[in-house]
Design a protein around this ligand. Structure first.
Ligand code: DAH
Length: 355
C-alpha cells in the first residue's frame, strides 16, 4: 500500500472515533501542521520522478481535500452537539410560577407631607428643615414663651438633659427661629417634620407631625394669612368651597393669634369636609409677635408677617378616613398595605415634588 493510502485509511478510521475538539485539533496538526504527514508529502513532490509526479500530486490533493472535509464535518458536529447540550441545560421553564416581588407602600403621613409641600410650593413657599433635638432657646425662649408657660413643664416636654438645655422639639415653630437667624427677610417657608410631646391616647401620640408656615415681608397682613390658608385647605381636601372660621386664641409667639376651624358634616357615617354645621379645629396661626422678630434681629417696624402650625397626622386622618392615630406609628405591615400609597400611582393633587 502506498504511503498516501496508508495515511488516508489510518486517519479516516481515527476520525470515526468519538473525539473532542482538542483531539481533532491534534489530528489536524498531525496532518497539516508544519511537519504534518500531508505537509511532508507535499514537500516530496519535487523529488518524485517526473512520470509519476502528476498522478502523485493529484492523489495527494484528493486525499488532502477528503481528510480536510472530514475534519470540518467533525468539528461542526461537535459544535452543534455543544449548542444542543447548552440549550438542554439552560432551558427556561416557562411554567414555573413567578417570584412575587413585594413592593413597598408610601406611608399616609409621608404622602400627606408630599401633598402639603407641593400645594404650598405652588404659591411660592420653599421647604425649610430643623433638627428633632432642639435647644430650649429655639423651642421656647426665642418664641416668646416665658419660663412659667405650661408647655415648658416636664409633663409636656421630653427634656434630654437635667439642665433642660436639650429637648425633643415640641413643635415645628423653632424652624422659624433657625430660618430667620440664618437668612435675611423676606421669608416664605414651610417646615414639615416630627414633633414630640409627652402625650398618648387615641388622638395623641408622643411623636407626631406638624407643618410650620412663615411669611415675613414689609406688609404681610391677616388678609394674606386668610387667603393662603383658604387656598391650602381647598387644595388639600380637593373641594371648591370651604367654610373656615378664625377663632381668637393665644400663642406666645403670635399677636393676634387664632385657631382655624373648618366646617364639616357626617353623611352615611362619612365625614364631608367643606360643608355642614359642625366645626373642626385644624391649625393655629397668627401675626408673628414683634418680640419674636426682635429675638432674631429683625426690626418689627420694617417687617411683619404671619405664621401657622398645622397638625399633619390630623389632616391625613381626615382626608384618608383613618380613625386611630396610633396606627400611624405601629408599623403594622397589613395596615400599611391597606392605607399606604402605591409609589407608582400618582395622586390627583400631586404636583411632582421629589421626596
Ligand atoms: N406651635 C403651635 C403648636 O404646636 C402651633 C402654632 C400656632 C404655630 C400658631 C404657629 C402659630 O406658627 O403662629 O401648638
Amino acid at each position: 500500500m502506498s504511503d498516501l493510502k496508508k495515511i488516508k485509511e489510518e486517519f479516516i478510521s481515527k476520525l470515526k472515533l468519538k473525539l473532542d475538539l482538542a483531539q481533532i485539533n491534534e489530528i489536524k496538526s498531525d496532518l497539516f501542521g508544519k511537519s504534518g504527514l500531508i505537509t511532508s508529502q507535499f514537500k516530496q513532490i519535487a523529488s518524485i520522478a517526473e512520470s509519476e509526479r502528476k498522478n502523485f500530486a493529484s492523489d495527494l490533493n484528493l486525499i488532502k481535500d477528503e481528510l480536510q472535509s472530514l475534519i470540518n464535518t467533525k468539528i461542526s458536529e461537535i459544535e452543534i452537539a455543544d449548542i444542543n447540550e447548552k440549550l438542554e441545560k439552560e432551558k427556561i421553564d416557562v411554567t414555573l410560577p413567578e417570584r412575587t416581588i413585594i413592593r413597598g407602600k408610601i406611608h399616609p403621613v409621608s404622602q400627606t407631607i408630599d401633598e402639603i409641600s407641593s400645594i404650598f410650593s405652588e404659591i411660592g413657599f420653599s421647604v425649610a428643615e430643623g433638627p428633632d433635638v432642639e435647644n430650649e432657646y429655639n423651642n421656647f425662649t426665642a418664641l416668646n414663651t416665658p419660663d412659667h408657660h405650661p408647655a415648658r413643664d416636664m409633663h409636656d416636654t421630653f427634656y434630654l438633659d437635667k439642665e433642660k438645655k436639650k429637648l425633643l422639639r415640641t413643635h415645628t415653630s423653632p424652624v422659624q427661629i433657625r430660618t430667620m437667624l440664618k437668612n435675611k427677610p423676606p421669608f416664605k417657608i414651610i417646615a414639615p417634620g416630627r414633633t414630640y410631646r409627652s402625650d398618648s391616647d387615641q388622638t395623641h401620640a408622643p411623636m407626631f407631625h406638624q407643618v410650620e408656615g412663615l411669611h415675613i415681608d414689609k406688609d404681610i397682613n391677616m388678609g394674606h394669612l386668610k387667603g393662603c390658608l383658604n387656598y391650602f385647605i381647598k387644595e388639600f381636601f380637593e373641594v371648591d368651597k370651604i367654610q373656615m372660621r378664625f377663632r381668637p386664641s393665644h400663642f406666645p409667639f403670635t399677636e393676634p393669634s387664632a385657631e382655624v376651624d373648618i366646617g364639616y358634616k357626617i353623611k352615611d357615617g362619612k365625614i364631608i369636609i367643606g360643608e355642614g354645621d359642625k366645626w373642626l379645629e385644624i391649625l393655629g396661626c397668627g401675626m408673628v409677635h414683634p418680640n419674636v422678630l426682635k429675638n432674631v434681629k429683625i426690626n418689627p417696624d420694617s417687617f411683619q408677617g404671619f405664621a401657622f402650625g398645622i397638625g399633619i397626622d390630623r389632616l391625613a386622618m381626615l382626608k384618608y378616613g383613618i380613625n386611630d392615630l396610633r396606627a400611624f406609628f405601629e408599623c403594622d405591615y397589613r395596615w400599611l398595605n391597606h392605607f399606604g400609597f402605591d409609589p407608582l400611582d400618582v395622586p390627583t393633587n400631586y404636583r411632582g415634588l421629589s421626596r
